[in-house]
Design a binder for this molecule. Sequence first.
Ligand code: IMP
Ligand code: MG
Length: 173
Amino acid sequence: MSPGRILLTQAQIQARVRQLGRTLTKHYAGESPLFLGVMNGALFFLADLLRAVDLDSEISCVRLASYAGTKSTGKLRGLEAMGDSFKDRHVIIVDDILDTGHTLAGVIRRLRELGAADIKLCVLLQKKKAQLPVKVDWIGFKIPNEFVVGYGLDYNGRYRGLKQIRVLEQQTE
Ligand code: IMP
Ligand code: MG
């Protein structure tokens, strides 16, 4: 399997991230929200988004994994690592992609337990089929139900550094 067809170009991604930045800047005017990035996938999106907002914001990261290869395992790991103070905070969860939504549903539950005052979700990509257990507040792009890589998204740890978002395809030789 390797990166094939380009689904989103670098220019398309950057333009959309700037728009999202403006939207969040308006929404959180006068507040100090806490951006919680879900690592490692949200690394690039979080970094670009933070530079596109004009807010007195903070960043925190959580690391979880529910994927093995191209299949969601449904199991979450790493939530217990969230040691930061979320009490009474306005939190924006930032993630790369929403597929089944199980990962984010788990993060939201945990943030509620930790006393967050308000929790919003900002994801770069959402797969169209998604029958979601969570409500998404801001979405970059809706995409077909294909496995994609690049701009933070990986296939077994590879291809995160691609500047575009590409569809993972069988190699034909
Ligand atoms: P969910 O819990 O099924 O919504 O899975 C979400 C997580 O799985 C995302 O944060 C990604 O890390 C990973 N994931 C889901 N779909 C893809 C994909 O097409 N490419 C790469 N990673 C994906
Ligand atoms: Mg992820």
